[in-house]
Design a protein around this ligand. Structure first.
Ligand code: EPZ
Length: 420
């Protein structure tokens, strides 16, 4: 099993390019099932999760080809199976996003329930409620969701009980081919929702309001092919900004969308970072200083993203002062705390959703273990700031969401090696 070995204590400095967004590429790839015509997706990141989605599409009978620049050409002209099996869905929850598109186009679909997850229970009730609201008959048995709409889905007003990114995406896709108008109320407003909406419009879907809490979709008879470029990954960008902040460094990111990082940049400024932004770049300079502690409370977009909580904890761990971190989206997203404490951090847990972090001047290397994607990246950040050589085990988690992480860190002067 691969591990990362990191010699910490070096100031990071330099420039890197940010990859395409995983959480945008995944729904967009699922959305290509909505049309029989070819779709070309560019800027898809080279990540395990993206490969899993491509495998799932191939297993449904979709023609998929990739060139050396990760342009993905998809042809869902004919599907030979309408079932997403447990073996693939259990490895990646985003596989559940094929449900809406398959049901909308073929009038039936069978998708395994995703099952448990390291960061929380993550139910799919809102996805199912929305599809039922559009006239689907849904049966959940033997670990599978079987959905049918033999006469097609019918547009309706859908009121989401919780703000869900995946739920909003599944329903947006399903509604593109429904009869009539669908309004999704209390929709998620994440930038990845805007990206999916723009992709669907490229295929001829009539989507408006994406990025606001009410999304309107006027169903069309069919969608056509098209080419679409995936947006830059805001979580990857935020993670590298923190890598520079925890090492008192200086960094410039290329190919980013600064507007999608508002809450994160605001907290970095509060932490003492000097930040400049251009149309597609962000620079951060700590001027050699230690960061200041900042309080964090996660919330749906445009609030502070849960996907950046663990990384910001790594910053607070070495910051000057005491901070509180309140995780309000997932009920089990503090697994990095015990590992960070092994590195000499001083974090107290108060229940399952609140942590109090007393900043320490120095962390010391220790063997640690990654438990989920963002937890692993937070351990990389802590290791970069720690004195000595930290070995992080189970690094496969990080390959799900960070393209060539060791190469990018090396470009910034970090001493990082992958070892087995
Ligand atoms: C997406 O997951 C992201 N994944 C997650 O990123 C991200 O953490 C999350 O949104 C929140 O921003 C992808 O985009 C592939 P949700 P998703 O549905 O869609 C509850 C990462 O590290 N809920 O918005 O699964 C749920 O339990 C990952 O890259 C219901 O109650 O998240 C949670 O508490 C991890 N019923 C909250 O809503 C439902 O039917 C938000 O979940 C659906 C969700």
């Amino acid at each position: 099993m691969d591990k990362l070995s990191i010699d910490g204590g070096f100031r990071l400095e330099g420039q890197i390019r940010i990859s395409g967004a995983k959480n945008s590429a995944l729904p967009i790839l699922a959305g290509s099932l909505l049309t029989a015509e070819p779709v070309i997706i560019s800027n898809a990141p080279h990540l395990h999760d993206v490969t899993t989605m491509i495998e799932l599409l191939a297993c449904l009978g979709v023609g998929v080809s990739l060139d050396e620049r990760m342009n993905v050409e998809i042809s869902a002209h004919h599907l030979n199976d309408l079932c997403a099996p447990y073996s693939l869905v259990k490895t990646m929850r985003a596989s559940f996003l094929v449900l809406g598109p398959m049901l909308a186009r073929y009038g039936e679909a069978e998708v395994s329930l995703p099952g448990g997850c390291a960061i929380g229970s993550r139910p799919v009730d809102q996805h199912l409620k929305g599809l039922e609201c559009m006239g689907a008959e849904i049966e959940v048995s033997d670990g599978y969701v079987r959905a049918r709409a033999p006469k097609g889905l019918v547009g309706n007003d859908i009121y989401m009980d919780v703000v869900t990114v995946g739920g909003t995406e599944n329903l947006m896709m399903a509604a593109t081919l429904a009869k009539g108008v669908t309004k999704i109320h209390n929709a998620a407003c994440e930038p990845e929702i805007i990206d999916l909406g723009e992709f669907l419009r490229t295929l001829g879907a009539k989507v408006t309001g994406h990025g606001s809490p009410t999304i309107t979709i006027e169903g069309v008879e069919k969608l056509h092919g098209g080419s679409y470029r995936v947006m830059p990954d805001r979580v990857e960008a935020g993670t590298y900004l923190i890598a520079a902040a925890v090492t008192a460094g200086k960094i410039r990111l290329r190919d980013v969308e600064p507007d999608t990082l508002g809450a994160v940049l605001d907290k970095l400024v509060q932490a003492g970072a000097d930040i400049e932004v251009g149309e597609d770049w962000i620079s951060l300079d700590m001027h050699g200083k230690r960061p200041k502690a900042v309080d964090i409370e996660t919330a749906p977009y445009p609030g502070f993203p849960t996907d950046m909580q663990a990384q910001f904890m790594a910053l607070n761990v070495v910051a000057e002062g005491t901070s509180t971190i309140h995780e309000k989206i997932f009920e089990n997203r503090f697994m990095h705390v015990h590992e960070m404490n092994r590195l000499g951090a001083n974090i107290e847990l108060h229940g399952v959703s609140m942590a109090v972090v007393h900043g320490v001047e120095k962390l010391r290397a220790a063997p640690v273990m990654a438990t989920d994607l963002r937890a692993s990246s937070s351990l990389v950040l802590a290791a970069l700031a720690a004195e000595g050589t930290t070995v992080i085990d189970r690094i496969y988690h990080i390959d799900r969401g960070y393209e060539t992480i060791e190469e990018k860190l090396q470009q910034l002067g970090a001493q990082v090696r992958r070892v087995s």
